[in-house]
Structures are given as structure tokens and as C-alpha cells.
Design a protein around this ligand. Structure first.
Ligand SMILES: Cc1cc2nc3c(=O)[nH]c(=O)nc-3n(C[C@H](O)[C@H](O)[C@H](O)COP(=O)(O)O)c2cc1C
Length: 323
């Protein structure tokens, strides 16, 4: 698939996930073969105030490239300025968030609320496309609610305004993340536009990835929750597409060792205090399905230092190897 002049080698990319798909996790997923990454969403207003938090969110390591910076907002001028500002972090593309359902975002007319105003979607894409020299992509949902399903209309408007690709998450804003994603809307968008379409929603393994591509005709798939505690999903998907064969997921020893590497990076980037608090949920995801997972999850919820995690990892490993 091509994003502007950028040749994308693989079929599955990592979804933007605020508070979760940070630099440490994105690097890991790229290492396992994710086609590209997208930053956590960054507020265009925050960027305009030159906030330190926004700058941190836009930092990209060499190991995670190609990587896009995702911005959200509802003012075309502010969004265009934010995209220009983001260029100092040298992203390979800018992604515009038209899907976030969180009340604090959509309640302010941003994220998924933009889909209620298709002409504004076009104005924003147009402004951002004119502001930067790199490709601009857009991430949309099926629509605001079942009575206003308009992904096809919004996708066409974004294409017209100069977007280089569209990601479609097959749920309405009202559905947040719960009911099964509707892949038919992804197919409808794919049939309606000429730019690449990235399908998103509920892909958690290689067979589902292949099924989404077959059923929707999409050019790529985007994986969100299916990668949490499971970054090797990209290796599995790539192997399946390359050889038609399913490969086994790693055993407990490899999973624990990857988890430690991941959390070590997290601590390196964010410091031990924040890093270890954020690590708690990742540990819980990595040990899903392990013997004694419930008890270990409780213990993970109290982690405060990396040394404690090393000790906990030994206990977890021992429990998996016990008869
Ligand atoms: C914790 C979390 C944070 C998310 N943050 C973002 C975000 O910052 N920007 C965005 O466009 N989507 C965000 N999403 C939505 C995902 O990118 C994706 O569209 C959604 O999870 C559906 O894909 P999945 O079924 O593969 O998880 C987030 C999802 C989760 C679970």
C-alpha cells in the first residue's frame, strides 16, 4: 500500500491508543512487524499552547518509524497550525482523529463529533493537507449513531479534500468499543473511494486479519486491543499472509521476557514512578490466560518499582512451569 509516496510493506498496523500505545509499546510492535504506528491522539489546542505533554506525545523513536502523529480538534486553522508544529518531530504522516467517543473530546465537538458535520470534516482535512508536505490520513467511525451512519459520505469528503488514506472503525460513536464491529461499513467505504482504506475493529489474530481483508477488500488492517499484551500478533499475521501457515504464540518464558523488555523501556521513557503505574495494566494483559493470573493481576496492581516486577515475574514463571 502507498501512503502518498511512502511505500508500506506490511498489511497490519498498530492502532493509536491513548494511554497505552506509547513509544515503548509502538517500538515493540514495529519490532514484531507492525506496518506502521500512529501516536496517541494529541490535542491541537494543547499544541497551540506549546504544552510539554503534547510535545512528549509527539516524540517518535527511530525504531517505530514509519509513524504518524494523530491530532484532534474542531478548528481547521488550529488543526493546520498543529500539523505544522508536529513537523519538527518528523512524522511520516499526520492522522486526523474523527473517531474518539470520549465525552471530554466529542462533547467539545472534536473526535467522533466531527462526523455530525461532514462539511467541517472536509475543511479540516483541506486545511491540514495544505499546511504540510507529508500525507494526511483520517480515522473515522461508522457514524455518530445508528440513525446517522455516514462513514461513506465522510470518507468521500475527506478523499476530495486531499486525504491519502482512511481508517474505518466499524462502530458508531454511541457503541464506543463494545458491540462487535460492523465490517460491512468498511467494505462500503472501500467501494466508494479510490484512496487506500484501512479496516479496523475486533481483529485479534491472523485468521481474523485475513478474514477482514477478504470480506471488506480493505488495503490494510489496523489492530488495537488485539495487540495489548500480544505484540507478536504482527509476526503471526505477517507469517500467515506470507506462508498461509499459523505460527504458535510464544510460551510463558518468551512472553515474560518481552514484558520485562517492554516495561524497562516504559520506565526509561517515563521514569519509574509513572512508568510502573502505567506498567500495571500491561502486566495484566501479558499474563492473560496464565495459571494464577487473577492473583498475579492483583499483585501487578500494586507494583511501584521495576525490581518488584522482576520478583513478580519469577513467581509468575514458576507457577507456569509447576506440574
Ligand atoms: C485504550 C484505548 C485508547 C484509544 N485511543 C485512541 C486514540 O488516541 N485515537 C484513536 O483514533 N483511536 C483510539 N482508540 C481506538 C482504537 O484506535 C481502535 O479504533 C479501537 O480500539 C477498535 O479497534 P480494536 O477492536 O482493534 O481494538 C483507542 C482505543 C483504546 C482501547
Amino acid at each position: 500500500m502507498k501512503l502518498g509516496n511512502l511505500e508500506i510493506q506490511r498489511k497490519a498496523c498498530l492502532a493509536p491508543m491513548a494511554g497505552t500505545a506509547d513509544r515503548a509499546f509502538r517500538e515493540l510492535c514495529r519490532g514484531y512487524g507492525a506496518a506502521f504506528c500512529v501516536s496517541e491522539m494529541v490535542s491541537s489546542k494543547g499544541i497551540s499552547f506549546n504544552s510539554k505533554k503534547s510535545a512528549e506525545l509527539m516524540m517518535i523513536s527511530p525504531d517505530e518509524r514509519p509513524c504518524g502523529v494523530q491530532i484532534f480538534g474542531d478548528d481547521p486553522k488550529v488543526m493546520a497550525d498543529a500539523a505544522k508544529f508536529a513537523m519538527q518531530f518528523e512524522p511520516e504522516f499526520i492522522d486526523i482523529n474523527m473517531g474518539c467517543p470520549a465525552p471530554k473530546i466529542s462533547g467539545n465537538g472534536c473526535g467522533s463529533a466531527l462526523m455530525k458535520n461532514p462539511p467541517l470534516c472536509g475543511e479540516i482535512v483541506n486545511a491540514v493537507v495544505n499546511a504540510v508536505e507529508i500525507p494526511v490520513t483520517v480515522k473515522i467511525r461508522k457514524g455518530w449513531d445508528e440513525n446517522s451512519v455516514n462513514a461513506v459520505e465522510v470518507a468521500k469528503i475527506c478523499e476530495e479534500a486531499g486525504a491519502s488514506a482512511i481508517t474505518v472503525h466499524g462502530r458508531t460513536r454511541e457503541q464506543f468499543y463494545q458491540p462487535p464491529a460492523d465490517w460491512t461499513i468498511i467494505r462500503q467505504v472501500k467501494q466508494a473511494v479510490n484512496i487506500p482504506v484501512i479496516g479496523n475493529g475486533d481483529v485479534t489474530n491472523a485468521e481474523e486479519a485475513s478474514k477482514m481483508m477478504e470480506e471488506t477488500g480493505c488495503d490494510m488492517i489496523m489492530i488495537g486491543r488485539g495487540a495489548l499484551g500480544n505484540p507478536w500478533i504482527f509476526r503471526e499475521i505477517n507469517a500467515y499472509f506470507d506462508t498461509d501457515k499459523l505460527i504458535f504464540p510464544p510460551g510463558p518464558a518468551e512472553k515474560i521476557s518481552v514484558m520485562l523488555k517492554h516495561i524497562q523501556k516504559l520506565v526509561e521513557y517515563k521514569g519509574e514512578y509513572i512508568g510502573m503505574r502505567e506498567a500495571r495494566k500491561h502486566v495484566a494483559w501479558y499474563i492473560k490466560g496464565f495459571k494464577g493470573a487473577a492473583e498475579f493481576r492483583n499483585m501487578a496492581g500494586k507494583l511501584t518499582t521495576f525490581d518488584e516486577l522482576i520478583e513478580l515475574s519469577k513467581l509468575i514463571y514458576k507457577a507456569q512451569t509447576k506440574e
